[in-house]
Design a binder for this molecule. Structure first.
Ligand code: UDP
Length: 322
């Protein structure tokens, strides 16, 4: 199958690319590197079925040489640090960019999947969050460039499904982690691991009682493929995440125990509009897709820590050689 991935040089997109190449597909990646990284594609850049175009999808993409059969639309800054640094670009990619991808899918009659987010639920008043919960979003706060533009992206996708019968589905991704997490994007997993590995204080924002549920990347990538290709997902909204909910304080202690028991914990001011609790209800993914996460937090963390250790080793080698 010929498959296009927007945002394919990002953390999740690069793992999805690898999985689709391994399954024998031809994969066309579009990315403008606003938060994606060329280094994420190093492991498969020479693969004969891999095609890359540096392209901002806010502009229409006209570089296809043959039709595509499926479009995974992942492009968007996704970390609070990433979208706060690029709020207008975030609005545009999730509005105009989504529209461009929907038009492309319609033109070729391709299946379409858009990655939305648990942020669509805002600071949720329902717990755990089910897909039919409408959310509690601050429409003008600092996170709104992401939350509201993703909600717009969902709404536009549903119009293409309703008006044109597009074979489209929406997945709401909860916190995901693993190798290729950008160490600079300020997310809690790379922050805590790198702080602990380097013996720096582990920075907890607020009192650490807020919760998150962390899904390992290989589980998520299986979920994305199931949501795209399983029967009966057309027009559906599906949560993908790991319901193993932890407080941020508990998570900090877990990372410290595994990486460096000497690392101190420091408490810093909380982020504005930081959701208090977040945990997916994955009943729908379980029943419709036969999907559920398999990798425990401890196992996933070990793999992620190994990746960050090897990155630090490579940096040291480079520094020595110059
Ligand atoms: N967080 C933290 N210390 C950090 C980075 C993040 O305590 O160094 C907290 C953050 O306030 C939030 C949670 O960890 O409550 C997850 O933050 P992240 O940026 O990973 O993503 P979010 O789930 O907020 O989109």
């Amino acid at each position: 199958m010929r498959i296009l991935i927007s945002g394919g040089a990002g953390f999740i997109g690069s793992h999805l690319t690898e999985a689709l190449l391994a399954a024998g597909h031809h994969v066309i990646v579009l990315d403008n590197f606003i938060t994606g990284r060329p280094g994420n594609m190093e492991d498969y850049r020479g693969h004969p079925e891999f095609e890359f175009h540096e392209h901002d999808i806010v502009e229409p993409f006209t570089g296809l040489t043959a039709p595509v059969e499926a479009i995974f639309h992942l492009a968007s800054p996704a970390s609070p640090v990433g979208y706060s640094a690029h709020p207008i670009e975030t609005h545009l990619v999730n509005s105009v960019g989504t529209h461009n991808m929907l038009k492309l899918a319609r033109q070729y009659g391709a299946k379409f999947l858009v990655t939305s987010t648990s942020e669509a639920y805002g600071d949720p008043l329902q717990h755990p969050q089910r897909e039919d919960y409408w959310g509690n979003v601050n429409p003008v706060g600092p996170r709104s460039c992401y939350d509201e533009s993703k909600r717009f992206s969902e709404s536009l996708t549903m119009e293409y499904f309703r008006q044109f019968g597009l074979d489209a589905r929406i997945v709401r991704l909860f916190n995901t982690y693993g190798p290729r997490n950008d160490p600079q994007d300020g997310r809690v997993v790379p922050n805590f691991i790198n702080q602990a590995l380097e013996g720096r204080p582990i920075t907890i924002y607020g009192n650490g009682s807020q919760t998150r549920s962390f899904c390992y990347i290989s589980d998520l990538v299986r979920g994305l493929q199931a949501a795209m290709f399983a029967e009966g997902t057309k027009g559906e909204v599906i949560n993908l995440g790991n319901p193993d909910e932890r407080t941020i304080l508990d998570f900090a202690e877990t990372v410290r125990r595994i990486c460096n028991p000497e690392a101190p914990l420091v408490f810093q001011p909380g982020r504005v509009d930081d959701p208090n609790q977040r945990c997916p209800d994955i009943t729908k993914a379980r029943t419709r897709l036969g999907w559920e996460p398999e990798v425990s937090l401890e196992d996933g963390l070990l793999k992620t820590i190994e990746y960050f250790r090897s990155q630090a080793g490579q940096r040291q080698l480079k520094e020595k050689s110059v």
